[in-house]
Design a protein around this ligand. Structure first.
Ligand SMILES: Cc1cc2nc3c(=O)[nH]c(=O)nc-3n(C[C@H](O)[C@H](O)[C@H](O)COP(=O)(O)OP(=O)(O)OC[C@H]3O[C@@H](n4cnc5c(N)ncnc54)[C@H](O)[C@@H]3O)c2cc1C
Length: 216
């Protein structure tokens, strides 16, 4: 299916958001991703991007770490409004388990995408949730206003004046584990973060079936 670019925005110096209108409805579960590629490009140039939009939304939003050389993110950064891109069908198992009684979301960088789709879809109202979002410095923070009020933002390389949490997300997970012993965990972001937090959770006795993750 083709998607038509209808708007784009710079969220930080390195992260951009793109909004598309699909040819026909794209049915997805919040948390899923699609493979995007330039129209007519070979499949090997398709790249995975999580859908940010709410379930049943008529427009499809993505956030992308900008890479000027990237086959998809580089192309879209200079693409005109009205340009088209090809998408595969939504796939992926990083979706909410409706039987969770408590949830912790941990994201780094654009790993926030599927988690914002959960929030947008309002279907997390059934369980309490805590969010831990990690980026490098103040300039890298985006969409803080879309996170629930009790969310934690931690910076690995903050300026001296940053009043909030410091360090990588792994510096804060143990405290959250103690406060949320029965939570289901949803981790999304770079491979190191996912593997380290997962190891922390397993070492703390969190059941592997309660740890869901998407590795970028
Ligand atoms: C399930 C899933 C969901 C994801 N969701 C997101 C998301 O929502 N947002 C997000 O930002 N990222 C996401 N990612 C990560 C994203 O898919 C990758 O970072 C992807 O590479 C981005 O594509 P691109 O167009 O930016 O760059 P690419 O085309 O992958 O290029 C990246 C870099 O590699 C170089 N390169 C490309 N091809 C070659 C080659 N053949 N040889 C040598 N160098 C090469 C390019 O020059 C460039 O510097 C997700 C990953 C997964 C697995």
């Amino acid at each position: 299916m083709q998607l038509t670019l209808i708007s784009k925005a710079d969220l930080t110096p390195t992260v951009k958001s793109y909004t598309f209108e699909p040819e026909s409805e794209l049915n997805f579960e919040p948390g899923q991703f699609v493979m995007l590629k330039q129209v007519g490009a070979e499949q090997k140039f398709a790249r995975a991007f999580s859908i940010v939009s709410e379930k049943n939304s008529s427009n499809i939003v993505f956030i992308m770490k900008h890479n000027p050389e990237g086959h998809v993110s580089g192309f879209l950064a200079t693409a005109e409004i009205g340009s088209k891109i090809e998408t595969g069908s939504p796939v992926g198992r990083f979706v909410l388990n409706p039987s969770d009684t408590d949830r912790v979301f941990v994201a780094t960088g654009t790993g926030l995408a599927p988690i914002v789709s959960f929030f947008n879809s309002k279907n997390i109202d059934t369980a309490p949730h805590t969010t831990l979002f990690g980026v490098r410095n103040e300039d890298d923070i985006f969409w803080a206003d879309r996170l629930p009020e009790n969310s934690l933002i931690t910076l690995s390389q903050p300026s001296d004046s940053w009043p909030g949490l410091r360090g990588r997300v792994t510096a804060h997970t143990e405290k959250i584990i103690s406060a949320h012993p029965h939570a289901a965990w949803y981790l999304c972001g770079n491979p190191e973060m996912v593997s380290e937090v997962r190891a922390q959770l397993i070492a703390a006795g969190v059941d592997k079936t309660a740890i869901h993750f998407e590795i970028y």
